[in-house]
Ligand binder design. Structure first.
Ligand SMILES: O=C[C@H](O)COP(=O)(O)O
Length: 316
């Protein structure tokens, strides 16, 4: 596949016709093959020392998320404390990568995380639907960055994408990337609305060619959210994009990931598809509202041989 990607990418994004020709010219995804490979990799198990390392790696990749209408500053502060020190009784437990909140709570999170290595991520662009004007989306992003967001999780316009208006999607991503300034941009494809794996591959490339630092599966508000086969398709895309352009783009699997077992399946998928370079919080994230406690419980079980009581860890 890489050998066919000799097109000058600047030309590819110059018009809808060139974008359409490029994206529709990408090889189709073998759906059965992708499903089977993801299923096969998910049966791999790892034991003891490797498992303990994988759990710590996964904790360090979590974007600890709360995206509820009922979120409060108090809830966000409590989440930030947990993000920095997930297990109060064990200072060796790693911190998570980031907390992810709505834009109006970015300032609260930024204040709570001052001096810590945990980043503040904010959804933006009229998350989760993305149904607003570009002006509003740019303002939404700029306000979140001004309030302290180091990472922005935007949604693509799925309506435009599915209608074949790739230029509109590309222009929006480029405009939001500009509004991000130094903040990293994660582009949410909302794969549960894209209907086919071919579309997931096309949307991945479209986002990367338009300036995404990360491509992200889902908002967590649409079912299906993250799945192993869809993440596999996206990991292949970042791998091939890197081979063709030299630029590394990260992947964030988000939505519906709740157990340490699932998290480890994703890590195996990353290692076997994109490669070990992506096994780092700089290049792979797990967006989740209620995964961290299971990771902590499994971590403690490995260390002590027994599970903590149900009240040991604070609620996710
Ligand atoms: O980006 C993260 C997702 O919104 C979290 O989804 P979740 O609540 O299913 O873990």
């Amino acid at each position: 596949m890489v050998s066919t990607l000799t097109t000058a990418f600047a030309d590819v994004v110059s018009s809808n016709a060139t974008l359409r020709a490029f994206l529709r010219g990408l090889p189709g995804v073998d759906r059965v093959g992708a499903d089977q490979r993801a299923a096969m990799l998910s049966t791999r198990s790892i034991k003891t020392t490797a498992k303990a390392q994988a759990i710590d790696l996964a904790i360090g990749m979590v974007d600890l998320t709360t995206l509820e209408g009922a979120d409060t500053p108090g809830k966000v502060r409590a989440m930030c404390a947990k993000a920095v020190r997930p297990d109060p009784a064990d200072p060796a437990a790693p911190h998570v990568a980031a907390v992810c909140v709505y834009p109006d709570l970015v300032a609260v999170a930024a204040e709570a995380l001052v001096g810590s290595p945990v980043k503040v991520a904010s959804v933006s662009t009229a998350f989760p639907s993305g149904r607003s004007s570009l002006d509003v989306k740019v303002a939404d992003t700029a306000l979140a960055v001004a309030a302290g967001a180091a990472e922005i999780d935007m949604v693509i316009d799925r309506g435009a994408f599915l209608a074949g208006d790739y230029r509109k999607v590309a222009d929006e991503i480029a405009a939001i990337k500009q509004a991000c300034g130094a903040a990293h941009l994660k582009v949410i494809l909302e794969t549960g609305e894209l209907a086919t794996y071919d579309n997931v591959r096309r949307a991945s490339w479209l986002a990367m060619l338009s300036g995404a630092d990360f491509i992200k599966t889902s908002t967590g508000k649409v079912s299906p959210a993250a799945t192993l086969p869809v993440t596999l398709v996206m990991l292949e895309a970042v791998r091939d994009h890197r081979a063709a352009t030299g630029r590394m783009v990260g992947v964030k699997a988000a939505g519906g990931i709740r157990t340490a077992k699932d998290a480890i399946r994703y890590l195996i998928l990353v290692s076997e598809t994109a490669g070990e370079e992506w096994l780092d919080a700089a290049w792979f994230r797990l967006g989740a509202s209620s995964l961290l406690n299971d990771l902590l419980m499994q971590r403690q079980k490995l260390a002590t041989g027994r599970y903590a009581g149900p009240d040991y860890f604070t609620l996710d």
